[in-house]
Design a protein around this ligand. Structure first.
Ligand SMILES: *Cc1c(COP(=O)(O)O)cnc(C)c1O
Length: 358
């Protein structure tokens, strides 16, 4: 296979060839707050309640539909421009909008590499889009040749989870680059767990690859899962399409303000990540000593994939003790495995005691 190298040279990419024509043509809903962005004024344009909020708190005005302040803060941290950032109500919203913008129901297809995150498949099914599966190889790495062979004229998106859920490993960067080079649809790299890994984010490839979408989230390392805030980074034309089709006020004021505060406390996030990664090492070492444990897979995330003797009965035993882990034992290539999130020092102690008593 010919190997092209686009480093320092923007890949040629025809977005028009993959965006759904009716989406390309859509005129977005223009919200009241899109038309006038000033802060001062007598706001009689959006049918809001001028007196305040029943619950207290200043939630009576609609929030910034484009989350400009939040994008400025995040853009500074990630070294990208505001026009390369999209916020969704969780990454899950970004995933769904990518389907709606780029895949034609009952015609197009996407490629996923099982075992991987379940939402790609769920979103594909909701949108009636076919799924091609190219399983990971040993070491849970990408079967690049298999993936490129699976591409046909109707393949619109390839989803790469990096680090992968539920296996915990990073993919090889050269494999991701190769797929970005060879594929003329979207390559979505889901970096939900990247904060826990010691690797450079794929965001660094954005300027070379106009077909790249990187997903990150506030749900894991930032400790804000209940807030529902996910991020898509991409070249401006892709972000414009997502902005055009998103619900106008998809990110609440409370979410925007809370995330703004979080972004001013990056070092607290890093301290939390350090603590979790130390606990990951501790749990891993302790599990290694247990006779019921067969394999602990290397992890660059905040969980461990652990192959045990009789996963189902260990899962049930833990459940009885109100310790809830994820049974992945029926998942392809994860036979006999439990996925165990890293908890606090105390929670991990309870898990290890329970397993040690078996
Ligand atoms: C947890 C997780 C997410 C986060 O989804 P949100 O909707 O942002 O909470 C995304 N991708 C993967 C692979 C995950 O495991």
């Amino acid at each position: 296979m010919e190997k092209t190298n686009h480093i320092g040279m923007k890949k040629k990419f025809d977005l028009k060839a993959i965006v759904r024509p009716h989406i390309e043509a859509i005129k977005p809903y223009s919200s009241a707050r899109d038309e006038y962005t000033g802060k001062e004024g007598v706001f009689l344009d959006a049918n809001e309640n001028p007196n305040g909020s029943v619950s207290g708190g200043a939630y009576n005005r609609y929030p910034d539909p484009l989350q400009r302040r939040l994008k400025e803060l995040l853009g500074d941290i990630k070294q990208v421009s505001d026009e390369q950032i999209f916020f969704g109500n969780g990454s899950d919203e970004a995933i769904d909008l990518l389907f709606r913008a780029f895949t034609v129901p009952s015609k197009d297809n996407i490629i996923i590499m099982p075992p991987t995150y379940g939402m790609y498949e769920v979103s594909a099914s909701i949108n009636d889009v076919a799924i091609k599966r190219v399983p990971l190889l040993t070491g849970f790495q990408l079967d690049v040749k298999g993936i490129l062979n699976a591409v046909d004229d109707n393949t619109k998106i390839i989803f790469i989870c990096h680090p992968n859920n539920p296996t915990g490993n990073l993919m090889q960067q050269q494999d991701i680059v190769h797929i970005l080079d060879q594929f003329n649809g979207l390559v979505v790299v889901d970096e939900a767990y990247m904060d826990f890994a010691e690797a450079e984010s794929t965001i660094s490839l954005l300027s070379d690859y106009p077909n790249l979408v990187v997903l990150q989230t506030f749900s894991k390392a930032w400790g804000l899962a209940a807030l529902r805030l996910g991020i898509a980074y991409a070249d401006t034309p892709i972000i414009s399409i997502l902005n055009k089709i998103k619900p106008p006020y998809n990110i609440s004021l409370h979410t925007q303000e809370t995330a703004e505060r979080a972004l001013e406390m990056v070092s607290e996030k890093e301290a939390m990540v350090k603590k979790i990664n130390e606990q990951r090492d501790r749990v891993k070492q302790a599990l290694q000593a247990l006779p019921i444990v067969k394999t602990i897979y290397p992890s660059d995330a905040n969980f461990l994939l652990v192959q045990v003797d009789d996963a189902k009965s260990i899962y049930d035993y833990l459940l009885e003790k109100k310790i809830i882990v994820r049974d992945r034992s029926k998942v392809m290539l994860c036979e006999g495995c439990l996925r165990i999130s890293i908890g606090t020092e105390e929670e991990n102690g309870l898990l290890l005691n329970a397993l040690g008593a078996l």
